[in-house]
Design a protein around this ligand. Structure first.
Ligand code: TRP
Length: 334
């Protein structure tokens, strides 16, 4: 079985529809036929200044949402990154193999640091992709399911893995990016040419899956569409309607053609109402499940402890071989 690893940042109170359809849904599909490791990357989230109570809440809420959405701790290894200190330990080794210029060429770093200026950019943002490389290679992952925006970070991971292996002998598995299907690309409801994203200027185009269905219904009903009348999929001329069709189809399981047919003589208003219903029907039980999990903090802690144990068993073995390969003297066993 191929090993899969992916991570998601706990940077919002709720995942949004784009996170779910673009990533988490595919994590769920991958877990049955792969040896999957999924982590909530709380250490990466430290690159953005966050109130401690908020970070704690978001981290647990992320775990609860992943489980509610179908990530099954019985089928995969689900854990919190900071529970496995080997991530930082391997990251340091990889940092010592990364060129300063090489890290500086990462486009996400360039974009983010340009926005905030160098004095307000933390060093952690610079080393972020190297920690990500450690996340992946600690588990000897073969496949890394990520969005297109992460491709460069996976390339860096591969370069670092190859560099390590050629200097110190075959130790780390070189992973491949498993770029998530573009069919599941969900765009902002207010700006249907831009990806749905938690960093959008306004939250009014973002469907948060833990939000009250009424709020989401309002957002869907005020989604930006063109002035035409037909509910047809046409990304170029009707990006708003096409986005809503994609959402409907992904959640209802109906084909786009079937949905188009059923609205052949109806207007946008009716169509939007149905999309709102589809979204509410889909996420109401998930929201309930996430709330139940969060209410049972002992149960959640237990799941996390088991996940961390499973993760550490693999991570510590990789770290030990990497340390040994580079010439660090192992401590004597007592
Ligand atoms: N950088 C990734 C993102 O923003 C999150 C991430 C951290 C990740 N570590 C990872 C993704 C390891 C895949 C594998 O989406």
């Amino acid at each position: 079985m191929k090993r899969v690893l992916s991570g998601i940042q706990p940077t919002a109170e709720s995942f949004h529809l784009g996170n779910y359809l673009g990533a988490v849904k595919q994590w769920v599909e991958l877990q049955s036929e792969h040896d999957a490791f999924y982590c909530v990357v709380d250490l990466h989230a430290l690159t953005v200044e966050t109130d401690p109570a908020v970070l704690r809440r978001r981290t647990l809420a992320s775990v609860a949402q992943l489980i509610a959405l179908g990530v099954d701790p019985q089928k995969c290894t689900l854990f919190i990154q900071s529970h496995v200190p080997e991530h930082n330990q391997l990251a340091w080794v990889l940092e010592c193999l990364t060129g300063f210029g090489e890290a500086g060429r990462m486009t996400q770093f360039k974009d983010k640091s340009q926005k905030s200026g160098s004095d307000r950019t933390v060093v952690g943002l610079f080393t972020y992709p190297i920690l990500q490389a450690a996340d992946i290679m600690l588990y000897q992952a073969n496949l890394v399911p990520v969005g297109e925006d992460q491709r460069q970070h996976i390339e860096l991971t591969r370069d670092l893995g190859e560099r390590f292996n050629s200097r110190f002998g075959a130790t780390l598995t070189i992973p491949e990016a498993y770029i998530l299907k573009s069919a599941a690309k969900i765009n902002d409801l207010q700006d249907p040419l831009a990806k749905m994203s938690k960093s959008a200027a306004s939250n009014s185009g973002v469907i948060d899956i833990l939000d009250n269905p009424d709020i989401n219904a309002k957002k869907i009903k005020s989604a930006v569409t063109d002035t035409g009348k037909e509910v047809v999929f046409d990304e170029k001329n009707k990006p708003g309607i096409s986005n809503l069709l994609t959402i409907h189809s992904a959640l209802s399981g109906k084909t786009i053609a079937d949905i188009e047919n059923s609205f052949a003589h109806k207007g946008y208003g009716e169509f939007k109402s149905e999309v709102a219903d589809v979204v509410a029907t889909y996420f109401t039980p998930i929201r309930k499940k996430a709330e139940e999990l969060l209410a049972d903090s002992q149960g959640l802690q237990k799941i996390l402890a088991e996940g961390a144990d499973k993760a550490r068993a693999v991570a510590s073995a990789t770290l030990a071989s990497a340390y040994d390969a580079i010439g660090l003297v192992p401590p004597r066993k007592r």
